[in-house]
Design a protein around this ligand. Sequence first.
Ligand code: SF4
Length: 303
Amino acid sequence: MMSNSSNKDALNVVLKKDKKLNMQKLPDRILQIIDELIDQYYEDDRYNRPWIIGFSGGKDSTVLLTLVWLALIKIKEDNPNAELKRQVYVVCNDTMVENPVIEEYVTTVLQTIQKAAKEQQLPIIVKTTTPQIEDTFWCCVIGKGYPVPNNSFRFCTERMKIKPTSTFIANQITADGEAIIFIGTRLAESQQRAKSIQKNETKGHRLAKHPLNPNTYIYAPIKELMLEEVWYIINAFPSPWGFDNQILFKIYMDASADDYECPTIVTNDSHRSCGQSRFGCWICTVVKEDKSQNNILYNKLAA
Ligand code: SF4
C-alpha cells in the first residue's frame, strides 16, 4: 500500500499538469480504456446486460465513472441516432452512519450526476442503497445488544454495506437476466487487491465470472492504472458531470489515513476485510484511532 507521503507526492506531480485538456489529449493508455469500454458497450448480448458501477465517491470510483461517461459520450458523438439501450446504474451505499463530511460531498455529487445524465441524455441511473432497518448500526447495537464492531465480531460490513448492494444486484439480475459489475479496483493498490482481481480472471477475457453470484460478471476497466494516472484524470480533466473535482482532491489532502475503503461489492469470498478510511462510518470502532477523521476535523478547525 502506498504511504501517505508518496500519495501526496503523486498528487502534487499531477497538479502541475495542464488543466485544459480535451478528450483527444488524454494519454493513450486512458484512451485505450475508453475504447475498450465502447467496445464492451456495443457487445451484442442477449440481455443488454446492465452495467452496475459501485460508486463510493472516492477517487477510483470517480475515475471509473468518468471513463464510462466519456465512452458513452463518444458513442453518442459517433452515432447521434443510436439508442443507448444498455442501462448504467451508479450504485452508492449509505450506511446511515457515514462520515458527515463525506456524506455531504457524496450526496451532492450523486445529485449532480443524475441531473447531468438526464441533461446529456445518457442512460445513467443513480441508486442509493441503505441497510434494512434490522441491519442498521443502531438497531444492532441498541436494539439487539450486539457489541460495537471489532476485529473478531464485525457484523457491520456485511449488514450495512455488502448486503444492501448485493440485494440491489440480485434484484437487477432477476429483472434483466444478467449484469456486469464494474469495480474500480487497481492492481497497483496492494498485493491483496491484485490477487483478488487476478484470482477470477481468465486470460484473454475482459469479463470474469462472479465466483459467488450466478449470471453476474465482473469487469475492472481501470485495473492497470497507476495512482498518478488516477489523480491525473481527476485533476487535469474536467468532470463530465460538471462537478468541481478539486473538492474531492481536497478531501484526500485533508485526510491522512491509508486509502482503504470497506467493500460494498463482494468480488470473491475473501474480500470482506475492513479498515479505516475517509470514506468509512463515523461510528467505526474497528480501528483504535481514525486518523482520517482526526485530520479532517483538525484541518477544519485550523482553517
Ligand atoms: S467503516 Fe467500520 S463500522 Fe463502517 S462498515 Fe467498515 S468496519 Fe464497519
